[in-house]
Design a binder for this molecule. Sequence first.
Ligand code: AMP
Length: 282
Amino acid sequence: MEIINSGKALSKLLQIQRNHQRSIGFVPTMGALHQGHFELVKKSKEYSDYTVVSIFVNPTQFNNPKDFQKYPKKLDEDLKLLHNYKVDAVFIPENKEIYPQSPQISLGFGNLENVLEGAFRQGHFNGVGIVVSKLLNLVKPHYVFFGRKDLQQVAIIKCLVNDLFFDTKIITVPTMREVDGLAMSSRNVRLEPDERRASKILYQSLVFAKNELKQGHDWFKIKTKVKEMFDHVPNAKLEYFEMVRESDFAILNDAEEDQDISICVAAFIGEVRLIDNISIFD
Ligand code: AMP
């Protein structure tokens, strides 16, 4: 497994792969890897001849400096596991490699960024768009892999790739969960034991709302019940609970439409902000 820190060295290595007609799969991550990340790696290995994983905690996508400082890191373990998964190359750039100067451009995503994560994390998707653009330009992958855990991010990346003609195919991977339903996330290790127990509420509320919708119940009544559920959990603070059309993240008030619809939730459990979502037609 090649471990590369410089963008130039990475581009050179990958050009050799392309010259040998090998297809390149790319999995961008922020490290502190868990099974969710490895599902992306497995998919990449299925689709491509050569798999590259990047580990870079991107400062420009953090709206909260404390969240950035406390973002979990375990590089040695990550590398061992990536080696076991037979990843071909890991790109671990320093900050100055990705940002030799602070970016002068900013990226807007219209209505997509005015709701949910975009509304609650000002500047987040600008940072995501910039770092993903830089990484796609360095790696030039045939396939790039993203988790449905970050569903709005998937919509943002689709917009980026379509609008800027990035020559890559986006593949999405279902959310991996712990036994009690909590979506795997690098941030979960920051939860204290009582918070870890409280964090089940995210998935529970999604499953509850989905079942209520299936029984034809009114969305506003469901939301009220969900708010009450959160109020009863110590340490839990609901930020949003919305039903959206997946393609453009339009907020919906009923589920009658014949489209891909998901329910998205964000909540603080203690100091840790978690997000999750569920498709209502699975
Ligand atoms: P991150 O390291 O959190 O930036 O995530 C890197 C990639 O892994 C993103 O495409 C995420 O959507 C994906 N991912 C994170 N958690 C999960 C999960 N539980 N299941 C599937 N994919 C995930």
